[in-house]
Design a protein around this ligand. Structure first.
Ligand code: NDP
Ligand code: HSE
Length: 438
């Protein structure tokens, strides 16, 4: 069969854009031999055409003129790698209106405005491909949409932010401070332009909105997701958790409840240290998916960075060029957003880790247990180390049995009122990820 030439325009020559250019320029012969597609990077648009980049481009490719892609009828595929939700949205809409298929890694934009963009693409009879938007190089979108198509998805548990996982890993195993680890994640190109999005859990929520939309078949907005980040994590809690058999991860969880609602949350989570997700370290991501037919499947790989993300973008280029993305995209119809179908976090049933700093004196424990009893919370474990300090304050760690979030919130408020409690109580959810066969 004769080779097919595909002309490509790319907007945003930053971390991911550079990786895409590198693959398209250096590996085009290999891709042609494998797929019969001659991928030709015709134009790259970036606001800064003078900056030193890690890839050397042929003359005439780099420009700051977006219209050089918009008005070039031969360019079939436009890749948006600018980021953000305003300019990027205009760029994507312009490209669709100009008759180009769009490829993007922009999870913030798809989570906030996905439905509007998908509608515009359907109207233009074009497609939007977004494999790189979730979990970097892991082909998780394609796994959910095709590989697991036979399944009603019951639950997703994901480590989907490379920056946070890198920070937590380095705090745990290298004793690094939060700030040092974050700076390294930024230097390595894992973090967002504004890293607050990573550490606040916002980026994980964007990815969960996309993953749960395609898994559960309904429109999900980031506002539907309960989010807590890792900004206030204290290394002491990571250590106490470890002692009790738990590893701390920032998890994105999408789960069908027994009542038929969808529970959506991103928060620091203690998981059993023997669970496979607990061994996902550094910038790596992993997603455990439970389907009614397949049971448990787990996907693992590099979740951020130049080349892993570029790998996903180029996979999309090939799928779009072969016509596969368009066929699949036609069936991307999501039920309209329905807030009533989202489970309330107050109703969440979970186990909890609580750390109090209390005065080491008679009666302290009786007061703690009386508050737990008042809120019908049952203790499953307690840890208290002997500690000598001048103010006679010691940490007490409590692990609860399954209980409702609203009962825990009420108990925490009561603890805070006690004179002998000297800190704002620390509370971290313990997530019991089911074993296949459970
Ligand atoms: P970068 O900030 O490294 O790159 C963005 C590039 O776009 C910069 O060179 C920027 O220039 C340029 N730019 C800004 N505004 C415009 C504009 N109006 N027209 C043309 N170019 C513009 O970001 P990343 O490459 O890291 O991320 C790109 C996208 O990929 C984002 O949506 C991000 O969330 C997503 N992503 C990133 C991953 C990663 O590991 N980095 C992984 C998965 C997804 P300047 O720097 O001068 O502003
Ligand atoms: N900032 C993101 C992360 C990039 O750290 O996971 C990949 O989406």
């Amino acid at each position: 069969m004769a080779d097919k030439t595909i002309k490509i325009g790319l907007v945003g020559f930053g971390t991911v854009g550079s990786g895409v250019a590198k693959i398209l320029l250096e590996d085009c012969d290999y891709i042609k031999a494998k797929t019969g597609l001659k991928l030709e990077l015709v134009k790259i648009v970036d606001v800064d055409t003078k900056k030193e980049r890690p890839v050397k481009l042929p003359a005439g490719v780099l420009t700051n003129d977006l219209n050089s892609i918009v008005n070039d009828k031969d360019i079939q595929i436009a890749i948006e790698l600018v980021g953000g939700t305003k300019i990027a949205k205009d760029i994507q809409l312009k490209m669709l209106a100009a008759g180009k298929d769009v490829i993007t890694a922009n999870k913030a934009l798809l989570a906030e405005h996905g439905n509007e963009l998908y509608t515009a693409a359907h109207k233009a009879d074009k497609c939007i491909a977004f494999e790189a938007s979730c979990a970097g190089g892991i082909p998780i979108i394609s796994a959910i949409r095709t590989g697991l198509a036979a399944n009603k998805i019951k639950a997703i548990y994901g480590i989907v932010n490379g920056t946070c996982n890198y920070i937590l890993t380095n705090m745990t195993s290298k004793n690094e401070s939060f700030r040092t680890a974050l700076k390294q994640a930024q230097d390595k190109g894992y973090a967002e332009a504004d890293p607050t999005l990573d550490i606040s859990g916002g980026d994980s929520a964007h990815k969960l909105a996309i993953l749960s939309s395609i898994s559960f078949g309904c429109e999900i907005h980031p506002e539907d997701i309960f989010v807590e980040g890792i900004e206030n994590i204290d290394i002491a809690d990571i250590r106490y958790g470890h002692e009790m058999g738990y590893t701390l991860k920032l998890l994105a969880i999408g789960q069908k409840t027994a009542e038929g609602k969808i529970s959506l949350r991103v928060h620091p989570s203690f998981i059993a240290s023997e669970n496979a997700l607990a061994r996902v370290d550094g910038p790596f991501n992993a997603i455990s998916i439970f389907g009614h037919a397949v049971g448990h499947t787990m996907f693992y790989g590099r979740g951020a960075g130049m080349m892993p993300t570029a790998s996903a973008i180029v996979a999309d280029i090939i799928e779009v060029a072969m016509g596969n993305s368009k066929k699949l995209f036609k069936h991307l119809t999501l039920e309209p957003r329905n807030k009533d179908s989202i489970a309330k976090v107050d109703d969440l049933m979970s186990r909890f880790y609580i750390r109090l700093r209390v005065l080491d004196k008679p009666g302290t424990f009786a007061q703690i247990t009386s508050i737990l009893a008042k809120h019908e919370i049952s203790l499953s474990g307690v840890l208290q180390h002997e500690e000598q300090n001048s103010n006679n304050v010691v940490p007490v760690i409590i692990i609860t049995h399954q209980t409702q979030q609203k009962k825990i919130s009420a108990a925490l408020a009561d603890f805070e009122k006690l004179e002998m409690v000297k800190n704002k109580p620390v509370c971290i959810r313990i997530v019991d990820i089911p074993q296949d066969g459970d």
